[in-house]
Design a protein. Structure first.
Length: 333
């Protein structure tokens, strides 16, 4: 028979007030024989926080439950990782009552979350491109559109006097991943809203050169879906191959969803785009820049550290990517 747990009145009142006794049972199941020790530690830690005036005394029960729940969440991640399973945010919420930021939780558990590596790729890209835009355009404002604003590119660059605005989308893929028609279609959709769209990637493989001066949704869909289906059918042995298959599945859905859009736009070069911006009137169209082109642009303006970071994104496997200066816990913005 399991030992009866002992805990103070503050935690008991909190559990009763919010009907969390069953949630505590779930937490205890995860903690196992250490449950009593963890609860005692949480009670001591809560008391310390109150004495140091970091927390209010009236919150003691909540603090204890939160500390115990987070310890259980860490052990849940470790337990699942040992068995080759990914721990989801919903599983953590269901079993521990804690709403956690998953990459951060994985860090505390000593395990790297897949999203963390994707965040790092994006953030390295973002830092590099924002600094590049300041060198290229001088006095500009950059903003990251928030979810809910409609179409949300990764960055919007705004210039005053003369007034102009362009959208930028990053695709931080490894150098051998394919920038397909799906990403081109996404760029077209941004172009339709902002007038000028710049799609910048770290891959060397793009479908850009397969098209002429003008592209339509119809030809992107007709060519892109068969291409991505071929990639999706290939066997995946490595994590990178699995990620590429996932990208292709997502791309197929995106193309199928927007196949009836009657859009067309001009396909322009980055040089044409930059020249038109310098002249004060960005040319309407979609520009696509690949990895080595982006790397060269960074080197040309003296952003060597950013250039090396982009090279790392291109060459280093996702699981091995690392940075001491750029966060990987969450997306910048």
């Amino acid at each position: 028979m399991a030992k009866k747990l002992k805990y103070n009145s503050s935690l008991r009142k909190y559990l009763k007030r919010y009907n969390l006794f069953r949630k505590l049972d779930s937490i205890v199941m995860i903690l196992g024989e250490d449950a009593q020790q963890v609860i005692e530690w949480a009670q001591d830690e809560a008391q310390r926080l109150i004495e140091e005036q970091e927390e209010k005394k009236s919150n003691k029960g909540r603090i204890i439950f939160k500390l115990v729940g987070r310890e259980a969440a860490i052990r849940l991640v470790q337990f699942n990782h040992e068995r080759g399973r990914l721990t989801t945010k919903s599983e953590v919420k269901k079993k521990t009552g804690q709403k956690m930021e998953m990459p951060l939780l994985y860090q505390h558990a000593g395990v790297r979350h897949p999203q963390e590596a994707r965040n790092l790729r994006h953030n390295l890209f973002h830092e590099a491109f924002v600094d590049l835009s300041e060198h290229l355009f001088g006095d500009v404002e950059t903003r990251i559109p928030q979810t809910g604003e409609g179409l949300t590119p990764d960055l919007v660059i705004t210039h005053k006097n003369p007034n102009w605005e362009i959208s930028v989308e990053y695709k931080g893929y490894r150098s051998l991943a394919l920038l397909s028609e799906s990403e081109m279609l996404k760029g077209m959709r941004y172009q339709a809203v902002y007038g000028t769209s710049w799609l910048v990637t770290t891959t060397q493989k793009t479908v850009r050169d397969l098209y002429g001066d003008t592209i339509t949704v119809k030809e992107l869909v007709n060519n892109g879906i068969p291409r991505l289906k071929t990639i999706r059918k290939k066997r995946a042995y490595t994590e990178e191959q699995k990620e590429n298959r996932g990208i292709s599945r997502k791309g197929i859905k995106h193309l199928e969803k927007h196949r009836d859009l009657g859009l067309k736009c001009k396909l322009i070069s980055a040089d044409e785009l930059l020249k038109s911006c310098f002249e004060g009137h960005p040319i309407r169209g979609l520009a696509v820049t690949n990895g080595m082109e982006f790397y060269k642009m960074l080197k040309d303006v003296g952003l060597d550290e950013h250039a090396e970071n982009i090279l790392q994104v291109m060459k280093v496997p996702t699981y091995a990517l690392h940075s001491d200066s750029v966060t990987s816990v969450r997306l910048i913005g």
